[in-house]
Design a protein around this ligand. Sequence first.
Ligand SMILES: Cc1cc2nc3c(=O)[nH]c(=O)nc-3n(C[C@H](O)[C@H](O)[C@H](O)COP(=O)(O)O)c2cc1C
Ligand code: SF4
Ligand code: SF4
Length: 281
Amino acid sequence: MARAEIYYFSGTGNSLVLAKLVAERLGGGLIPIASVIDRETIESTADVIGIVFPVYYADTPNIVRRFAEKLENVEGKYVFAICNYGGGAGDSLKTVDRILRSRGKTLSAGFGVHMPQNAFHKPWEMKSLAYRQAPKRIDFIARSIEARRTGLFYSNVLVQAMMVPFQGWLRRMTALYLEKASNTPAPSGLTVEQLMPLADRSFAVDENCNGCGTCARVCLVDNIEIVDAKPVWQSRCENCLACFNWCPTNAIHGALANTGYRYHHPDVTARDIAGQSGALT
Ligand SMILES: Cc1cc2nc3c(=O)[nH]c(=O)nc-3n(C[C@H](O)[C@H](O)[C@H](O)COP(=O)(O)O)c2cc1C
Ligand code: SF4
Ligand code: SF4
């Protein structure tokens, strides 16, 4: 039987749960992207390679881009990506495909999965429904992988098609939003990907911060230093909102997440998230 390796990145647990499910169905190994991203190249010995990640700003997280840029030894293998999102996949699967193609490789298949939104409150969202449907969607995805199907398979084809004409406008609005969050005077001429690491400049803590260090441990790119028992952000942020969502006293605020809404997947702990970089394991 073909050997599978599933690489994943997750700030609040949704991608982790999906990655676990697909690894179980395929009998494959689970590898956190954060644990290999500092390598010069990432080489997989598996025949089937999966990449599971959340959608950020209708596109691919920077860390997943870097992962795709470093991925080697994939020629002739079946490479698939599973993105998950609160609304839609945007360009995320196409971006992974484009990066691989620019290096003479291809994405065999891409799949979208709807999961609860972790960045803002959607009053109409039915989280329990999303949790119930996710394993069924993963069953479909696992069968598709076993059949070596190729192409892009979105969970909400209509929304995906409707959003295509707005993608350029969305990127401009995102850049404006991130310029504000990063205190960068507009127009900066910086791309969304260049602005994202700087957007942590809007994070601050209130008097509820007790110096516990959870925020630093769940940050998978080591972007938080605890100085005098308070977090100090280092401007290499992935915008994953793990620090914000996992802070046990809800002490973190900022333009990136300026609502009272906090989210993490109910079956995932801060220790599971931190374990992606080996911090708590
Ligand atoms: C900075 C940021 C941007 C996001 N942008 C989008 C988006 O453009 N479209 C969308 O549907 N969901 C968006 N989301 C929601 C996440 O993709 C979704 O909740 C995902 O399941 C979170 O995965 P995780 O728990 O593995 O981190 C965004 C989340 C964050 C933190
Ligand atoms: S997790 Fe929250 S309480 Fe703990 S150090 Fe970070 S901001 Fe302070
Ligand atoms: S600083 Fe917070 S939002 Fe930025 S990468 Fe780290 S955990 Fe994620």
